[in-house]
Design a protein around this ligand. Structure first.
Ligand SMILES: N[C@@H](CCC(=O)N[C@@H](CS)C(=O)NCC(=O)O)C(=O)O
Length: 182
């Protein structure tokens, strides 16, 4: 989404994680996706790919943000990656945690939805009224959370998060990004 949003032309290759191609492992031995290669340069962390895209592409959103907003955005992403994702993975793979109830697993994720709901109190998106790198980085994980049990997600009091996710899922940017590479 960040590459498309920054109007960077790129070729995408779908990777089977069960059968990673040697071409990928040669350039990035850690074997995770996504990996971006630009000439000889390899970037293999999604947040670094996003930052590279916004700094090198044609989107002005990243450079237009004041430093304060960029820092707030990066802090939110770090909470998502380091705290929310841990709870989300347990909720998604609850079968591996038979001693914890499903209610407890999903309740432990709600702290992050509370934070997002508060962020969306005065703006349409997380940092401002425009979609930003923060929305793009966090939205796939909230979508995963929602999809575990959509009726539970829609029953939550987090009305603004629900609307935010709906807007992003139906955005041109997300629809474009979801087109499978050939
Ligand atoms: N922190 C990394 C995490 C990447 C990651 O773990 N990706 C998963 C797929 S969502 C993966 O490639 N896993 C490797 C595997 O399952 O073998 C990033 O954001 O780029």
């Amino acid at each position: 989404m960040a590459l498309i949003d920054s109007r960077i032309d790129f070729n995408a290759f779908e990777i089977s994680l069960k059968n990673k191609p040697s071409e990928m492992l040669v350039i990035s031995p850690k074997g995770t996706v996504p990996v971006l290669m630009i000439g000889d340069k390899v970037i293999d962390e999604s947040i670094d790919i996003m930052i590279w895209a916004y700094k090198n592409g044609n989107s002005t959103q990243y450079s237009n943000f004041e430093k304060k907003l960029i820092d707030i955005g990066l802090e939110l992403i770090s909470k998502n990656d380091n705290e929310f994702k841990v709870c989300l993975d347990k909720y998604k793979y609850s079968i591996n945690y038979p001693s914890i109830t499903n209610d407890d697993l999903r309740n432990s994720c709600l702290f992050f939805l509370d934070i997002l709901e508060e962020k969306l109190e005065n703006t349409l998106y997380l940092l401002s009224d425009r979609v930003s790198f923060s929305d793009i980085a966090i939205m796939p994980f909230i979508r995963q959370f929602a999809n575990v049990d959509i009726s539970y997600f829609l029953s939550l009091k987090h009305i603004k998060v629900q609307k935010w996710l709906h807007e992003l899922i139906n955005s041109e940017l997300f629809i474009k990004a979801m087109i499978k590479p050939r």
